[in-house]
Design a protein around this ligand. Structure first.
Ligand code: PHE
Length: 351
């Protein structure tokens, strides 16, 4: 083949090259170790001097020409490559970002902090106690003796203990461990460590060994309250409770005290709130009673004060236990307590 034919073919071929890779094989084909042009240049020595001069010159010119063409093409292709990459990586900085989903407080926590705010404004401090108690704090000190039937009011989770260990360490039977069935033992802890006057609330988790249904769970929450001072009467008690419920549910809220029984209060009451759904007429939410029970309460029994070495002749007061779950259910009109503990996002996302 004549050099000028090779040049023609090569020119056509390079014009069709579209990628750097194609360019590489083109370069190889002509200028590589076994390339067309390389072979021609190598075989020059076999030609006679005249031919050698002529073809040698042409071949070298073509070689230079192709090298230049290849470089030009490489430049073009590299530019194109960068442009395409930029096009692919282009970012629209005006586009709104992906939102990171944020967690939020559980409805029971929301209501707990609201309750804390209301009582703190009335001078109450917020305190805590342990979830594992012994019998003394959960029962005995609260005027509920060993064999007293009142213990049956609280279905208890007892913790298994090593009997021998108990004897060795001289633990009395009254120190058997359990999961607290109410927040009332926090009253005892606090009064052991602090002198009156006392004004505390103690929110916390409690446990009952019960079957679950729409209004019962094996664990739920209470807010205990305790106020001890000189000359505290039922009038003070009623005012504080009324004030709390009006702040919590709205100023129009009405409450009533119903006689009840707790071993650690005398007299004892249940606090009912007038049903906000039917305004006291009776509906399915209040089981057609017109009122909904929200708390147990009463004037602190002298035996409780004696158990913590406070003189009942000098100090009196009241205590209450609010059902935190029930307050939350009323506030948000939730009809099943189990939803709180289900971890169901369809429920939780509504708060
Ligand atoms: N601890 C009682 C309960 O769980 C409620 C209560 C608290 C009653 C304080 C009176 C005083 O049922």
């Amino acid at each position: 083949m004549e050099i000028k034919d090779i040049k023609k073919t090569a020119e056509r071929e390079i014009s069709l090259v579209k990628t750097l890779k194609e360019l590489e094989s083109f370069e190889n084909k002509y200028l590589g170790k076994k390339g067309i042009l390389t072979r021609i240049l190598r075989s020059l020595k076999e030609l006679n001097p005249e031919e050698r001069k002529k073809i040698g010159k042409e071949a070298n010119e073509l070689k230079e020409f192709l090298q230049k063409e290849i470089e030009r093409k490489r430049g073009q292709l590299q530019e194109k490559h960068i442009e395409e990459k930029e096009k692919k990586e282009w970012i629209d900085i005006t586009m709104p970002g992906k939102k990171i989903e944020r967690g939020h407080l559980h409805p029971i926590t929301l209501v707990r902090t609201q309750i804390e705010d209301i009582f703190q404004k009335m001078g109450f401090s917020v305190v805590e106690g342990p979830e594992i108690e012994n019998e003394w704090y959960n029962f005995d000190a609260l005027n509920i003796p060993k064999e007293h039937p009142a213990r049956d009011m609280w279905d208890t989770f007892w913790l298994r203990q090593n009997e021998l260990k108990m004897q060795n360490s001289k633990l009395k039977m009254s120190q058997r461990l359990l999961l607290r069935t109410h927040t009332s033992p926090v009253q005892i802890h606090y009064m052991e460590a602090n002198k009156p006057p006392i004004r505390i609330i103690a929110p916390g988790r409690i446990f009952r060994y019960e079957a679950t249904d729409a209004s019962h769970e094996i664990n739920f929450y209470q807010v205990e309250g305790l106020m001890i001072d000189k000359n505290i009467s039922i009038a003070n008690f009623k005012f504080i409770m009324e004030e709390f419920f009006k702040e919590f549910f709205g100023r129009k809220t009405e409450i009533r005290l119903r006689p009840s029984y707790f071993p650690f209060t005398e007299p004892s009451f249940e606090i009912d709130v007038k049903c906000s759904i039917c305004n006291g007429k009776g509906c399915s939410v209040c089981s057609y009673r017109g009122w909904i029970e929200m708390a147990g309460a009463g004037m602190v029994h002298p035996n409780v004060l004696k158990a913590v070495k406070i003189n009942p002749e000098e100090w009196q007061g009241f205590a209450f236990g609010l059902g935190l779950d029930r307050l939350t259910m009323m506030k948000y009109k939730i009809n099943d307590i189990r939803l709180f503990y289900s971890g169901d996002l369809r429920f939780l996302k509504q708060f």
